[in-house]
Write a protein that binds this ligand. Structure first.
Ligand code: GCO
Length: 438
């Protein structure tokens, strides 16, 4: 039996655009993901988040579902355009009311809300002014944070400013496979403005001394493909560009030098690095897989990823639980021992349709079990990990993959919106109730 510390938080994570649906209801404005998903060819079979899991209408049932799984925390995101339809300007009271009702329902169920302010669904009106490439976004974000603080701050104490700024910057603005679908190496400016937005929002939210404020990064366990000098150098670039571009400035170290070697210069103004390094109470770590890097001086990023030998999920991501322990230990030791939460971890597999009301997903169950073991090992090594949030509560809109990839521990039948707890969900519920891995 591997015991977790008393008070350990057990949750699941979701994001607004991936589950809510109701994109045109109650005054919600348009987001860049509405535009992107409705652009032909951008998502699998043209799937959109128009309905998704219909969580906007079913949130009470979904909270009851979490309760039935014994969960004591829930990480969700607020849709900026639902709350401020144009990004700046008038506030949409009905949008705020939805989140107030959700928070009330969670608290009633003794589930602690962790609120992510920005999980990629930028108001389209702001994108039309340049989005995160335009420095003005920082003021808009601060204002949005203030609106949420006023509306929810009496009951929400755990805030996550951003989700995975790396993915938003690079998949959205260099590769163009996520909204806003731009191919432009100016992504370094986008990354910088995201970090600045984080800094100003963190400072503001922390005016409440009882608030706990952090941000969430996608952290990849980077390893050299071989021990050759070339690959070790490649891994250094991969780590700098994937992880340290965000970790270093957040913890007051400025940007890694590798960044300016491969991207145009970051538009840093005086005081920016101090703003970005505003004190935080925790760091959220999203972990899925490792990156095996092979060095190559002539490739634009100085490395290319090579396929690892382990089993793969339906995303083609290598299952590598040891990497989760490694990244937790590494961040804790190298960045001043911050409190860490695993804010996302989970796997897509091609689940078979329910049979006799059951969904058997042994691979996902094993993925979660081995990754929880890795978390326990990090804790045993002295790392402060405050909680674990499985991605995801239920199958949902997996961005450009639409509904073709299922990450849930709860199965969603999209034709009826029926939810069925998968075997992995039942397993997770047992771990939570015992606060231990059997
Ligand atoms: C992410 C996002 C999630 C994804 C998940 C699986 O962090 O990439 O937070 O929205 O759905 O990671 O790809």
């Amino acid at each position: 039996m591997t015991q977790f510390p008393p008070g350990f938080l057990w949750g699941t994570a979701t994001a607004a655009y991936q589950i809510e649906g109701a994109v045109k209801e109650d005054g919600r404005g348009e987001s860049i993901w509405d535009v992107f998903s409705h652009t032909p060819g951008k998502t699998y079979r043209g799937d959109t988040g128009d309905v998704a899991c219909d969580h906007y209408h079913r949130f009470r049932d979904d909270v009851a579902l979490m309760k039935s799984l014994n969960l004591n925390a829930y990480r969700f995101s607020v849709s900026w355009p639902r709350v401020i339809p144009e990004g700046t300007g008038p506030v949409n009271q009905k949008g705020l009311d939805f989140y107030k009702a959700l928070v009330d329902e969670l608290i009633e169920a003794e589930i602690r809300p962790f609120v992510t302010l920005f999980h990629w669904d930028l108001p389209q009106a702001l994108q039309e002014k340049g989005g995160f490439a335009n420095r003005d976004i920082v003021g808009a974000f601060e204002n949005y944070a203030a609106v949420l603080k006023d509306a929810l701050g009496d009951r929400v104490k755990d805030w996550i400013t951003l989700n995975e700024p790396s993915v938003y910057s690079f998949m959205g603005h260099v590769l163009g496979v996520h909204a806003p679908g731009i191919n432009d190496p100016k992504a370094a400016a986008v990354a910088h403005h995201l970090l600045l937005a984080h800094g100003v929002a963190a400072r503001l939210l922390k005016e409440d001394p009882s608030a706990s404020v952090g941000t969430t990064l996608a952290i990849t366990a980077v390893e050299p493909a071989t021990q050759s000098e070339q690959d070790i150098k490649g891994a250094k670039y991969a780590d700098a560009l994937q992880n340290r571009v965000f970790l270093d400035p957040l913890f007051g170290r400025g940007y890694p030098t590798e960044m300016s070697e491969v991207f145009p210069p970051v538009p840093i103004e005086e005081g920016d690095l101090e703003t970005i390094a505003a004190p935080i109470d925790f760091l959220g770590v999203n972990y899925y897989t490792r990156l095996l890097a092979s060095g190559n001086d002539s490739s634009p990023l100085k490395f290319f990823p090579i396929e690892g030998p382990g089993p793969k999920t339906a995303m083609g991501w290598e299952v590598y639980p040891k990497g989760l322990k490694d990244v937790l230990v590494r961040i804790y030791r190298e960045y001043g021992e911050p409190l860490l939460y695993v804010t996302e971890n989970g796997a897509a597999f091609d689940d078979k349709p329910p049979k006799d009301g059951k969904v058997e997903d042994p691979e996902r169950l094993e993925y979660i079990r081995t990754h929880l073991q890795a978390v326990a090992e990090a804790i045993a090594d002295g790392v402060r990990v405050g909680g674990y949030f499985c991605w995801s509560l239920m199958d949902n809109f997996e961005w450009s993959f639409g509904f073709s990839k299922r990450f849930g521990i709860v199965y969603v039948d999209y034709s009826t919106q029926q939810r069925i707890v998968k075997a992995s969900g039942k397993f997770y519920a047992r771990v939570v109730s015992e606060n231990a891995l059997g």
